[in-house]
Design a protein around this ligand. Sequence first.
Ligand code: UDP
Length: 336
Amino acid sequence: MKRVLVTGGAGYVGSHACLKLAEAGYMPITYDNLSTGHREFVRFGPFEEGDVRDRQRLAEVMNCYRPEAVMHFAAQADVAASMRNPEETLGINLGGTACVADMAAECGADAFILSSTCAVYGNSGSGGALTEETSIAPESPYGESKYMAECVLAAQESKTGMRTARLRYFNAAGADPEGRIGESHYPETHLIPLALKTAQGRRGPLKIFGTDYDTPDGTAIRDYVHVLDLADAHIAALEHLWAGGQSLVANLGTGQGTSVREIIQTCHEVTGERILALASERRRGDPAALYADASRAFDVLNWKPRHELIDMIAHAWAWHNTHEAQILRETRSAAE
Ligand code: UDP
């Protein structure tokens, strides 16, 4: 059984990647410091606690499992937090990536998959679908740090020949339909989980950040992609590299733009609940419209997202109605 070290495997996208790795017959080894991840999400392989900046601990874990590949999800992914504390974001996202990539090359892993983001494009794509050639113009230290992490991997490849896939996600959404894992952040900042919590009556009205964008209904447009489709793309990238394919940078999205108001309407249709939403100021650093041209992932990886928006919201709703409150209670009490 081939072994894959998954940093951030206790987090949202990382845990779904572990699920898919296990389903595909690989052994995911989660390496996570549990700063934002959940121990309960590690269900598909062994768990090793550790920080991505801790070279010694990484060496210990890599020498123990000798993974054939690394998927690197562990990151500081909160844009607002990156604005408040850019040094910390750079330390984790850039320093952490450099450290994990060095150790991966040293222990002979021959494929490295990086979780990157469409935030590397900033506002430069507001005119249409974003391709991988769209200018890099991050609006936040988070986006900058992820682009720099991509560059670190390119440098690692020149130095050691380790092949890499740098996957730029659009908006991950949804959950495992079997309800084993899902999305649970503390504090939560993402649109779909917040709308669903409002539907459940667990919080007050939703704020719509900006109603005066130059979009058909005035609210911002994003490309929502099911977290299990993202996980599938990671397996496809891994197998592409293992089969001798070249390194690549690829956008992962559906190509379909959806506005904030359309998300609220779909959440209403799925839940049957009224979702009170109030117009509010734009959020700093939020572009008007971001949606992917993901044709490279379709062409090179033969990857196509399978889930519609309605599935993403239905799966997220099922998760929110079963385990999410429990996971959140545990995270909160650990933090307090
Ligand atoms: N958004 C909103 N109200 C909220 C949270 C988000 O209007 O309470 C908007 C946000 O401004 C963006 C979209 O919803 O246009 C998606 O935001 P999210 O934080 O989910 O993801 P992002 O695109 O920032 O990664």
